[in-house]
Ligand binder design. Sequence first.
Ligand code: CTP
Length: 228
Amino acid sequence: MESKLKNKKILITAGPTREYLDPVRYITNESSGKMGYAIAETLHELGADVYLISGPVNLTTTLPKEKITYVKTANEMYQECQKHFYSTNIAIFCAAVADYTPKITSEIKIKKIDDECSLELKKNIDIAYEFGKVKTRFQQSIGFALETNDILANSKLKLEKKNFDLIVMNSPTLDQGFGHDTNKISILSKDMFIDNFALKTKKEVAVDIANAIMDYSRAFQNLVDLSF
Ligand code: CTP
């Protein structure tokens, strides 16, 4: 059976970003990148024209080298997305982008002088929000929400604010999320339909997400088809 995603251009962000204080120190988010990579590989296997923009991770992948660009900072990730977003059919924002970055980055290693030291941070660009503002009706976007509390309310706010079509909800617990090979997700759509899934391997979760994207596309078939 021919996949509905065959030859569709899909942009995926994955992994953490690093925000540098000096050449050897940075702040970052907890993220292995496993979920984003599993999604990218699954969509590639379904025949989609996948482009993965990855923060620093420690993973091997079956994706061809030319399909991946490695970045470090949120700003670099945003710049790289700029090159692809406008010609993309579907964008999946899976990266754990650092929300803040140091106000000043020292070009040389900061020395330990004072007993106390404080860090001034400024807000980073919100990549999904920026592209949500310019997304056309021929494009779809999928976001992720990793929440420890008020999962549904927080996810709904993110879906609306960032103009996502679907948002994948999960929470970090003992056997899912960070670094684990399993994940338990729910998918909330723009029309407020929720699909709950069992605890599965990240590869199986990636297949569920690919199916949700295909099902969602079907509802907008006429619009979607015009752009391909
Ligand atoms: N995201 C992004 N750029 C950012 C922050 C988040 O593209 N600077 C994307 C993530 O990839 C994810 C979604 O936005 O798809 C939600 O990310 P999350 O970190 O959960 O939300 P925030 O907006 O950062 O809100 P908060 O940290 O306050 O929960």
